[in-house]
Design a protein around this ligand. Structure first.
Ligand code: ARG
Length: 457
């Protein structure tokens, strides 16, 4: 029996019921639904729309239902159409006809908009906490590696010397912006839509601000049609999650490369890597690969939401029920990836000697050599050309810049003196790069401090 059965002469076909039902996935909003209903019932009573006693009975009934969901005494095994109908149905079973007053001055259209906002604002907060844990691990590892020289890459070719700490802090900045994006999305999630009712508000003397205050919303939505029409805040959150996944996916890709024999910059902990069913020697970075893979799935969720909304006329349309599985999937997978990635990174071992060796090859101090000449009066373009000749000479003769004799240097320019060796020493190359945001240890320490301040803010 449906709550809306009055108008209908036939029972709903059972496959339509299954097709229509969102209970299997919106049941996870039970707490939000009940919390919202308690605030609504309180408002109805305060505004004199229902009696004080009735309001109290409804609130107590709802609290009992919440306890029973929480303890497992009540299950979600029902043919109810959605969590909203289900809660109301149990309420009326338990407290009788007074339960039927709860839905006064409300519709499921504004109810679901409220529930999803309550759910998403909690998720946005939880994901910020997970990101802060990841940032803490990044800061700690960066701190341990402010002097660990490694090559930076452009086009995946060795470029210039940096440190592992500096490299890690680049990701630190990305995840920091991800937190800022979540905070920003939160501002638009945390607006209270209840009271818009089906689409056109209500003739009852409701007080929407009261509900907003009770539930800790920043303010109320300003247009009843907009309140039940849009899911832009769901999409915004999903976009923020997509960028988190993009950053995690790029970091994963690097971890995968770094733990290959060819790089061998890091080693994953046994507890955070897997074996092969046939190749006994293998130690696979499955977590990083799955994270990279799940990024595609979260992008898919974002795309689902964007496409779902693009052609909908105002106001509510049932298509919008599809928002939940997409955004829940994005939330679940992003949360899971952040937390397991954090542990994988935390337990990984860095190999500074291998990183240093990689930095010694590839002439990554060539820019420093050109700078050496330029700082001694040779125009940079000429200095660049002289250094290019030196690198060519090294390649032909199987040498590195640091292993050339001073005479060899002087063949290319009389400006070279003994101090060229210190200037081209990898640790000098790093420590001299003191421009703000650069890889010099003191600069990276400043970056770490700034990020730590952000985390504890
Ligand atoms: N289960 C619906 C959803 O998730 C709730 C709103 C339904 N409203 C309606 N008039 N059918 O969007």
């Amino acid at each position: 029996m449906k709550m809306w059965e009055g108008r209908f002469k036939k029972e709903l076909a059972s496959e339509v019921n299954d097709f229509n039902s969102s209970l299997p996935f919106d049941c996870r909003m039970y707490k939000d639904d009940i919390t919202g209903s308690i605030a609504h019932a309180g408002m109805l009573a305060k505004c004199g729309i229902i009696g004080e006693d009735d309001g109290e009975k409804i609130i107590q009934g709802l609290k009992g239902i919440l306890d029973d969901f929480e303890s497992g005494a009540l299950s979600f095994d029902s043919d109810a159409e959605d969590i909203h109908m289900y809660v109301e149905q149990i309420l009326t079973q338990r407290i009788g006809d007074v339960g039927k007053k709860l839905h006064t001055a409300r519709s499921r259209n504004d109810q679901v908009a409220l529930d999803i906002r309550l759910y998403l604002r909690r998720s946005a907060e939880e994901i910020q906490i997970l990101l802060k844990e990841l940032l803490t691990v990044i800061c700690n590892k960066a701190e341990e590696n402010v002097n660990t020289v490694m090559p930076s890459y452009t086009h995946l070719q060795r470029a210039q010397p940096v440190t592992f700490g500096h490299h890690l802090m680049a990701y630190g900045q990305m995840f920091r912006r991800d937190i800022e994006r979540l905070r920003d999305a939160y501002k638009r999630i945390n607006i209270m839509p209840l009271g818009a009712c089906a689409v056109a508000g209500t003739t009852y003397p409701t007080n929407r601000q009261l509900v907003a205050d009770e539930l800790g919303f920043f303010s109320i939505t300003e247009n009843s049609m907009d309140s039940v029409s849009d899911r832009d805040f769901v999409i915004e959150l999903c976009f923020a999650l997509s960028l988190i996944m993009m950053h995690l996916s790029r970091f994963s890709e690097e971890m995968i490369m770094w733990c290959s024999a060819e790089f061998s910059f890091i080693e994953l902990d046994d507890a955070y890597s897997t074996g092969s069913s046939i190749m006994p020697q293998k130690k696979n970075p499955d977590i990083a690969e799955l994270t990279r893979g799940k990024c595609a799935r979260v992008y898919g969720d974002l795309n689902t939401l964007l496409v779902m909304m693009k052609g909908l006329p105002l106001a509510y349309n049932k298509d919008m029920q599809e928002d939940k599985e997409a955004v829940f999937d994005a939330i679940d997978n992003t949360s899971m990836c952040i937390s397991i990635f954090t542990k994988m990174l935390d337990t990984s071992t860095v190999k500074p000697a291998v990183m240093h060796k990689a930095a010694e090859g590839g002439y990554i101090n060539a820019t420093d050599c050109a700078d050496y000449l330029a700082k001694r009066g040779i125009p940079f373009r000429d200095a660049y050309k002289i250094t290019g000749g030196l690198v060519g000479y090294c390649i032909e003769n199987g040498k590195t810049l640091n292993s050339l004799t001073l005479d060899e240097y002087k063949e290319f320019s009389p400006v070279f003196e003994n101090d060229v060796y210190t200037a081209l020493d990898l640790s000098t190359c790093v420590s001299d790069r003191r421009s703000a945001g650069g890889p010099a240890p003191e600069c990276v320490k400043a970056q770490i401090q700034s990020l730590k301040d952000f985390i504890s803010d």
